[in-house]
Design a binder for this molecule. Structure first.
Ligand SMILES: Cc1cc2nc3c(=O)[nH]c(=O)nc-3n(C[C@H](O)[C@H](O)[C@H](O)COP(=O)(O)O)c2cc1C
Length: 182
């Protein structure tokens, strides 16, 4: 890039910053103390020049809530009920500006936590491109994306199956994955 182009670009940014809008969003939910999904989401936002958004539950999940060995734990009860919709307190105010949304979550019982359904159902996602990603204890992403599409955003343009991104992959390797989606 020559100096002239540089000037033009910075002028455009200075004069009209509000109109230069990011069109990609990385929205994620992370529940455990490790915050594995959050780590990946942050790197993915860097890899895609995206805005980052946390899906925040109205009621935070405690360690007891996340005990999958306990049949009475909150997560077990929610995951046994496909209509459960845990309340979300964060909201994307400017969803209209995004055309591509990466949606990240920990795999719970081989699929997405119900709070991801709550998130998706808050918006009109018709025609938007949605790409699921996840972290897990070893499971693949399976039918998580298909489940979400069917239940909560059938009119979006899903790129499936998406991917489990374990091991905190660096930005460069996430860029390689993103390229494979095009
Ligand atoms: C309720 C619950 C159910 C889980 N079910 C699975 C599962 O079916 N397969 C799997 O590989 N990992 C499972 N995990 C492990 C999480 O997917 C994994 O620890 C994830 O990286 C946590 O992400 P986070 O730190 O962003 O919450 C489960 C964890 C919880 C709390």
């Amino acid at each position: 890039m020559n100096a002239c182009q540089n000037n033009q670009n910075s002028d455009a940014a200075d004069n009209d910053a509000d109109s230069v809008k990011t069109t990609t969003l990385v929205a994620y939910f992370s529940a455990s103390e490790v915050r594995a999904t959050e780590r990946v989401a942050k790197n993915l936002a860097k890899a895609t020049d995206a805005d980052l958004f946390e899906i925040v539950p109205a009621l935070a999940y405690t360690t007891e809530d996340l005990d999958w060995n306990d049949e009475q734990s909150r997560s077990t009860i929610e995951m046994k009920d496909s209509t459960a919709r845990p309340e979300v307190i964060s909201k994307v105010e400017n969803m209209d500006q995004y055309d591509t949304i990466y949606v990240g979550f920990p795999i719970w019982w081989y699929t997405a936590p119900r709070i991801i359904n709550t998130f998706l159902e808050q918006y009109d996602l018709t025609g938007k491109t949605i790409i699921p990603f996840a972290t897990s204890g070893g499971s693949d992403i399976g039918k998580s994306g298909e489940d979400l599409k069917k239940a909560s955003a059938p009119n979006a343009n899903w790129i499936l199956p998406g991917k489990v991104l374990n091991g905190n992959p660096p930005v460069d390797s996430l860029k390689v994955w993103v390229e494979t989606l095009k």
